[in-house]
Design a protein around this ligand. Sequence first.
Ligand code: HEM
Length: 218
Amino acid sequence: MLKFWNTSVGKKVVMGVTGLILVGFVIGHMVGNLQIFMGVERYNAYARLLQEDIIELTWAVRVTLLVSVILHALSAWQLTRRSWAARPVDYALREAQVSTYASRTMRWGGVFLFVFILVHLGQFTLGWTWLLPEYAKGAAYGNVVLAFERPFWVLFYLVAMFFLLLHLLHGTWAVLRTLGVAKNAAEPLARRIPVIIALLVTVGFSLVPLGVALGVVR
Ligand code: HEM
């Protein structure tokens, strides 16, 4: 097991599989969040399901997510260090050949998403009042509306969703390659799946801050 982890392919597989677990949560969370358009009761019931309804399930999900985020970031960091060590002196001229904008923003985009998740948990789950002074426990709907009545948070979430879009676009494509599902770099079907997933997730999440900002949700 340790031998596998010590290879670069092993780290890529760990990064890919943990990434898939995180994508699974994110899709479910996006669908759950869209229930904000169905009213206070419905949304708060979803939030209760996340936080306390079946407490064993909540903790199983939390531990799985935490372990996945740690392994995902650790393998990314170690692969980055290996790549730097293999090329200690930068290229005199760096011109992208086949890489995409999404693939080139994976590292810094990933760091930004990590900061976003910390802020997000502080705001809505942990109730840090310096992030949301009016936070009220058990009132997820009200907390979300209060946050997105402030243009700053709308902008912050939309920027985060843009990085999520890029990260998912490249990540879901790369994992199909790592796991051997997509064999040819240009395989059209495999390219289409990541695009559909990334767009659905990003647009779905973005509708929540936009819905509040436009007064559809209040
Ligand atoms: C518009 C976008 C989003 C909204 C409105 C939103 C809303 C919420 C709310 C209200 C909660 C707290 C539920 C509660 O404990 O009462 C929550 C929890 C959480 N959110 Fe989000 N979320 C969004 C995007 C995201 C994204 C993009 C991620 C991950 C990349 C994420 C990850 C989480 C996690 C890990 C939790 C904690 C779950 C737990 O308590 O176990 N959220 N979200």
